[in-house]
Design a protein around this ligand. Structure first.
Ligand code: ADP
Ligand code: MG
Length: 593
């Protein structure tokens, strides 16, 4: 229990700095909260006075006195109205502003995270952390301080006023409050746990929906709709069960409070009544007591209602903090220098690598030296580590051991920005952002001129088909836009790299997913792209890499063979085997056609 409470403390401590920008608003908000509290606390005093005077000596009350009391109270309510408006409006806006700041931080943090994070986290989970989870923070961030402040103020003020009227009765009533407090805390913790579970589950539901939507083709192709529905039903029902638990604790919580509530009134009636009979307090005092107890109880009830919001807010904050705690494992080392005018020599010095949380050596003791402008092809069985080796160069991952040098400089000592600007990557999967074709190409060099973008498209062999689209370069592509073929998308992505103009190039099975004709067109674009650049090509069709200056065969985490196409063939080793087996299948495919 203690640990959980500590955790809430830690979370709050980390959350408080978000108020810093809004200190003035917060102070004003609390000031308004005090005003409304004072206005509320005055009414029982007026009624107490009127009752006592009325019972003692009605004649002592003039119409004037009553009317001025009424006017006084009216004035108080106007002040109360203005203060409440400020709290409801400016307070909520502050909450929303804090939510916005947090979302901004979360998004910025996400930009710094590496492949390692994204490979291990479902997009649905991340999405709910930076959208719906943070909605709760708006309400929380302004109500939390306000409600607790008001509750504290009301409790203290009523204690002072009540004990001045009659101390023993006040002590009896206030003795009940800590008992109430302890049971509140207990149930609150249970509710909090249930809400956290609920939040996690929303993330899981999102991931499941995302998976099913993105993979809808596969689902239909295998006629597995029913299975998808069953899996979803299971998750969906579990969600209901988690909610059921949350509501159970909430109901228990609220009813415990109601019991105490009743108990308080019983105490006021019995003890207060006896005190009155014994002449220890006046009837007006009993009226004031009842009203103050009512105020106290309504405050407690509000806090309880707020407890749910508090828990939801805390859960939102916790999930936000978990996201912010995700390790940034690839970053600029201290004193990193800017890399410019890259010539493109690459050196791997005794590089070994294993994926985090998976202790199999994917690369072991790789030594490799590539001259500027050299065309190197990487071949080898699938899973041999080709992609992994290439991913180390732009630092998508860092080697577990060894160093990689670009132009003689350890890539860990240069800024990530300049390193990644020097390395262009064309992969099998092309991602086009929602936007126009033009914007997608310009992404390679934001702010590039129209001419430069057109030129890049021409070099990539994309200009012609783009001009043939309905709106040319202004055609919308991406999820909601025009559907381009695989080869067209690939050429847009190549245009992007032309525009970026990096001295080093990685082509990772860039044509694998394409049909023969597209492959031919894309290969021509790639040949143009690699002119004059250091190029690492991973090709799954060995015929396309015969012109490489050097071919490396990567198998079981090591470079097992190295040489030109002819040299490797005459060696009759692994390359020879790969080459002949691939030729066989290619021939078979040709024959089938
Ligand atoms: P290739 O490109 O030669 O087909 P990869 O570099 O993709 O090979 O993969 C090499 C090995 O690393 C494989 O055994 C693969 O299962 C493993 N691997 C690839 N990506 C990851 C990852 N993100 N996490 C853990 N293991 C991975
Ligand atoms: Mg690969």
């Amino acid at each position: 229990m203690k640990e959980k409470e500590m955790k809430t403390g830690v979370l709050l401590k980390r959350f408080v700095p978000y108020y810093k920008k809004y200190t003035k608003v917060m102070i004003m908000d609390l000031f308004c909260a005090s005003l409304t509290t004072i206005c509320e606390m005055v009414l029982p005093l007026i009624l107490r006075y009127v009752t006592n005077q009325g019972l003692k000596d009605v004649a002592s009350l003039s119409v004037n006195t009553i009317v001025s009391m009424g006017l006084f109270y009216f004035a108080l309510r106007i002040i109360d109205g203005i203060a409440s408006f400020y709290m409801a409006y400016t307070g909520h806006v502050m909450g929303a502003a804090i939510e916005t700041d947090m979302r901004q931080d979360a998004f910025s943090h996400l930009q710094k995270l590496s492949d390692n994070y994204f490979n291990n986290t479902k997009v649905g989970q991340i999405m709910s952390r930076i959208t719906s989870d943070l909605f709760e923070v708006t309400e929380f961030s302004h109500h939390c301080p306000e409600e607790f402040f008001i509750a504290f103020l009301k409790t203290v003020v009523s204690f002072i006023i009540l004990s001045r009227i009659n101390l023993p009765l006040t002590l009896i009533i206030f003795c009940l409050i800590p008992v109430m407090g302890v049971s509140c805390i207990y149930f609150n913790l249970q509710v909090k746990r249930a809400f956290k579970q609920q939040r996690n589950h929303i993330g899981e539901l999102n991931s499941r929906i995302e998976d099913s939507l993105l993979g809808n083709r596969v689902v239909r192709a295998f006629a597995n709709e029913q299975i998808e529905i069953e899996k979803f039903t299971q998750d969906n029902m579990e969600f209901l069960n988690i909610k059921r638990k949350a509501y159970k604790y909430m109901a228990a919580f609220q009813n415990t409070i109601r019991m105490f509530d009743g108990l308080m009134y019983v105490v006021v009636i019995v003890a207060g009544g006896i005190f009155m009979i014994k002449g220890l307090i006046e009837p007006g005092d009993l009226v004031a007591y009842t009203l103050y107890v009512f105020t106290l109880l309504s405050t407690i009830r509000r806090i309880i209602e707020f407890a749910e919001q508090f828990q939801r807010g805390m859960t939102g904050i916790e999930r936000f903090m978990e996201l912010m705690d995700a390790d940034v494992d690839i970053f600029d080392e201290e004193g990193a220098t800017h890399l410019d005018e890259v010539k493109g020599s690459i050196e791997f010095k005794d590089v070994s690598f294993e994926y985090p949380d998976d202790h199999n050596a994917v690369l072991s003791h790789i030594n490799l030296s590539i001259r500027p402008g050299e065309k190197v092809a990487l071949v080898g069985p699938s899973g041999g580590g080709k992609t992994t080796l290439c991913n180390l160069l732009p630092r998508f991952y860092d080697p577990t051991e060894g160093n990689i040098l670009l132009d003689g400089q350890d890539i860990k000592t240069v800024t990530l920005d300049s390193l990644r600007n020097a390395v262009g990557v064309v992969q099998q999967d092309v991602y086009l952002f929602s936007g126009t074709v033009f914007e997608n190409i310009e992404y390679g060099h934001p702010g590039a001129s129209k001419e430069a973008v057109y030129e890049a498209a021409k070099l990539a062999g994309a200009h012609e088909f783009i001009m043939g689209l309905k709106e040319g370069y202004e055609t919308y592509v991406g999820e909601r836009g025009v559907k381009l073929s695989g080869g067209q998308k690939q050429r847009v992505s190549i245009a992007r790299v032309f525009l970026k103009n990096p001295p080093v190039l990685i082509l990772d099975e860039a044509t694998s997913a394409l049909d023969n004709e597209s492959e031919y067109l894309v290969s021509k674009s790639l040949d143009r792209l690699s002119e004059g650049r250091t190029t690492l090509t991973i090709a799954h069709r060995l015929t396309t890499i015969q012109n490489a200056d050097r071919i490396l065969v990567l198998s079981e985490s090591r470079i097992v063979e190295e040489g030109s196409h002819e040299e490797l063939l005459s060696k009759q080793g692994m390359y020879y085997q790969l080459y002949t087996s691939v030729r066989e299948t290619e021939k078979e495919v040709e024959l089938e056609k």
